[in-house]
Write a protein that binds this ligand. Structure first.
Ligand code: NAD
Length: 284
């Protein structure tokens, strides 16, 4: 029977540490502050933003919410970010994605000061990550590493197969694993013989957004499986639920598996809070 890696417990422990850091900063007269920018009225984005703000409150991080109408100009958004960059009371800035189609998301993310870029998406932070230097690391990959650290002592020489090559998950987690001297293969929708490639892995990280893509026969005995996928499916009776990228019920022969929900998801937000506290600490 495989071990179930408890993302909720690991995220809680990280948030407790963040809370302590915030406490120390407060004692020095610093109030770690996250500015969250939401453009338009997408209901899913609204839920994400409210959740982030409520989690900030739990660890003592002050949050500022700025809402812009869906038809606002790119210039107005860039100006707002410029003001936030210059405001020394703000330590972290997050622009909730996706942005309306008329706004160039890359240009917007580029405008956030790299030292306040708590999502770690700015090209300067991407560059720092790929050269192994200290920057703000994207939250989901950072969370994945913490989950792996709970079951792996030494990554040197381990074969890791990552399914999905996105800028927010696949590529940055590959960089983090290369830093630990793992042998990393990044795969994607055009990869041939994916089950065979996965079967050679000591660690499989599935971040494709394809429900139950990874089957039991893809995974060698005692491998570790991190399921990043989040897809909402509607059952026959009309109820909806979240499923991951792995057929978890076929993975009893794995060493350890992350559940969905309760695996990677809780880590992402805990890492956002931890990045904000770290940005405040570095600023101080
Ligand atoms: P994306 O759409 O940007 O990238 C998906 C990648 O998977 C692409 O590289 C694509 O080539 C690859 N892919 C898709 N289908 C595939 C298949 N059948 N076989 C092999 N490769 C395939 O997605 P993303 O933003 O990286 O997100 C991936 C998944 O992770 C989504 O389900 C998303 O909701 C989830 N996610 C979860 C968290 C979290 O906090 N838990 C955070 C980010 C993303």
């Amino acid at each position: 029977m495989s071990v179930r890696i408890d993302g909720r417990a690991i995220a809680r422990a990280l948030s407790d540490k963040t809370s302590e850091t915030v406490h120390h900063l407060n004692a020095r007269g610093i109030e770690p502050t996250l500015a969250v920018v939401l453009v338009g009225d997408d209901p899913a984005s609204d839920v994400y933003v409210r959740r982030k703000i409520s989690e900030c409150r739990k660890v003592g991080i002050h949050s500022i919410e700025r809402r812009l109408p869906g038809d606002c100009t790119e210039e107005a958004l860039l100006d707002l970010l410029e003001t936030m960059n210059e405001d020394s009371r703000i330590h972290g800035i997050l622009v909730q994605l996706p942005l309306p189609a008329a706004i160039d998301a890359a240009k917007v993310l580029d405008r956030i000061s790299p030292d306040k870029d708590v999502d770690g998406f700015h090209p300067v932070n991407v560059g720092r990550l790929s050269t192994g230097s200290l920057g703000l690391v994207p939250c989901t990959p950072l969370g994945i590493m913490m989950l792996l650290d709970s079951v792996v002592d030494d990554y040197r020489g381990l074969n890791v197969v990552i399914i999905g090559k996105s800028n927010i998950v696949g590529k940055p987690v590959a960089m983090l694993l290369l830093e630990r001297e793992a042998t990393v293969t990044v795969t994607h929708i055009e990869t041939r013989n994916l089950p065979d490639i996965a079967r050679a892995a000591d660690i499989v990280i599935a971040a494709a957004g394809a429900p139950h893509l990874v089957r039991g026969y893809w995974i060698k005995p005692e491998a570790i499986v991190i399921d990043v996928g989040i897809t909402r499916v509607i059952d026959h009776d009309g109820t909806s639920r979240i499923v991951g990228d792995c057929a978890t019920h076929e993975l009893d022969h794995a060493k350890a598996v992350t559940p969905v929900p309760g695996g990677v998801g809780p880590m992402t937000i805990a890492c956002l809070l931890s990045n904000t506290a770290m940005a405040a600490e570095r600023h101080a």
